[in-house]
Design a protein around this ligand. Structure first.
Ligand SMILES: [Zn+2]
Ligand SMILES: [Zn+2]
Length: 220
């Protein structure tokens, strides 16, 4: 029995030693018998030194990261705005009604094609004025620059425009049943594209180099 008692005592002593080691203050090497008392000791004796050591490092790091995040977010926003601006501009060009669309000027044209239009009523060539679709501060994507009948299709994106849209911009009547004030009730109306008769009328898509002729002949 005595031998067993010795063994138990030794073990308990070893355990206590281990506990003391675990709750040793790293700054002043004092031993404590519980975590709570070590923490209290640290708070009472070493709180100043731990504060001084840690705080400046943390704020420096935070400042660095804050600057990095702000710069990164700024760059990201700039890229986002420029991309979304370009997307909006393209969407406007692709979807806006021609008669309400303002291309502003001849800068940044990605679309620039021409057609020749003539309108003949009872054998008489009708005037197509210059500057159809052009007014101070306004330039429509379909316009004329002179009175030769040359139509300019221009814009910041490539898209189709129709002959009907040119007449909308010009603010003159034209469809399968009329040209200006002349109607098919009192005559015949024909549309020719590059010498071939077409039934497209308002829906004729304006293609590069097309020769477009609108002919009206009154019934006698
Ligand atoms: Zn042009
Ligand atoms: Zn032009």
């Amino acid at each position: 029995m005595g031998h067993l008692n010795e063994l138990i005592k030794k073990k308990i002593n070893k355990f206590i030693l281990k506990m003391e080691e675990e709750f040793k203050c790293e700054i002043c090497n004092r031993n404590f018998n519980s975590r709570e008392s070590l923490e209290q000791h640290n708070l009472a004796k070493h709180s100043e030194s731990t504060k001084k050591e840690k705080k400046p490092i943390n704020t420096k790091k935070i400042r660095k990261w804050a600057i990095f995040i702000i710069v990164f977010a700024g760059i990201f926003l700039l890229i986002y705005w420029s991309i979304s601006g370009a997307v909006n501009e393209n969407e406007y060009c692709a979807n806006q009604i021609a008669a309400e669309m303002n291309i502003g000027s001849h800068q940044n044209l990605k679309n620039h094609i021409h057609q020749d239009l003539e309108i003949i009523i009872d054998g008489i060539q009708q005037a197509i004025p210059s500057n159809v679709g052009i007014a101070p501060g306004i330039m429509r994507p379909i316009h004329t620059h002179d009175s030769t009948g040359e139509i300019h299709v221009e814009g910041p994106c490539v898209r189709d425009f129709t002959l009907g849209e040119f007449f909308n911009i010009w603010n003159k009547e034209f469809d399968a049943t009329k040209i200006f004030d002349k109607t098919t009730e009192n005559g015949t109306l024909n549309l020719y594209v590059n010498g071939q008769e077409s039934t497209e009328f308002r829906n004729l898509v304006l293609r590069e180099g097309s020769e477009i002729s609108i002919k009206y002949t009154s019934n006698k």
